[in-house]
Design a binder for this molecule. Sequence first.
Ligand code: A3D
Length: 320
Amino acid sequence: MARKKIALIGAGQIGGTLAHLAGLKELGDVVLFDIAEGIPQGKGLDIAESSPVDGFDAGYKGTQSYADIAGADVIIVTAGVPRKPGMSRDDLLGINLKVMDAVGAGIKQYAPNAFVICITNPLDAMVWALQKASGLPKNKIVGMAGVLDSARFRYFLAEEFNVSVEDVTAFVLGGHGDDMVPLVRYSTVAGIPLPDLVKMGWTTQAKLDAIVERTRKGGGEIVNLLKTGSAFYAPAASAIAMAESYLKDKKRVLPCAAHLDGQYGVKDMFVGVPIVIGENGVERVVEIEMNAEEKAMFEKSVASVRGLVDACKSINPALA
Ligand code: A3D
């Protein structure tokens, strides 16, 4: 059976890490596309030269030509600019919207059957714009954010409880912004919900509230430390988990920015919700009941995403 083909649009910090992880996990052959000449070629060759040491077989090709993504099974988009200290994700909108136009046209022409994962910020608006620009079916395009946000939440909780990260599950809803919605009562340690752990004396409500707040600002914490860009190891690992679920038809239940057509009361927007990813792309949107407080937080988050989508429509009316 022929190897799967994974095209990475954007070969920067996240793109390079994605290329390395895709090889280490033998997900398929990798094409790195970037407008910066030499970068995708150099990164591809460097990673290929590590393959004899780590013992994996994967082809690597760096390119400036969209024709090379033809026939890709999965495309992961990180093209654009990342945040610097003092910038919000929303400050990136104008520049990255133009990038989504170009990337969407490339995908439409050469790889309209791929499953596409968008990472470029501001995430929920960029995945919306990329779907419009590419014309991809709504079940074949998602945004990566919730897997990362919930991984951050899980990591902070595992540290607080001094237990394995593997036994902590977390549930995050809403847009990928500082008003995302970490759902405490659906997050557990080995099945025990967080409010019960507070009652059991494992932590205090105040500490839990601080962890929720740290999760919401998790991206900014890394930006402030790095100073020259934003997080890339955990974002890449998160997108690879999504790609793997599609390529291997694992049907994992993952929080992703998915197209909503009435679910959660939202229409024609991409917002973070739990979905099942399998061979057909987005196979199911999981709708949960929210209490009044959760609903209010979710609606606030959706309103921020709507504001960004409206900004995209006013910059580029052709997308509306
Ligand atoms: P960076 O290392 O700057 O890589 C971006 C790459 O995109 C560069 O190599 C550019 O040359 C390339 N590029 C720019 N314009 C184009 C174009 N038109 N076509 C092809 N390539 C182009 O950034 P990064 O990898 O650190 O981050 C990439 C994106 O992911 C940024 O928008 C970040 O804000 C975003 N990001 C999202 C998350 C989420 O959780 C959603 C997390 C971290 C970063």
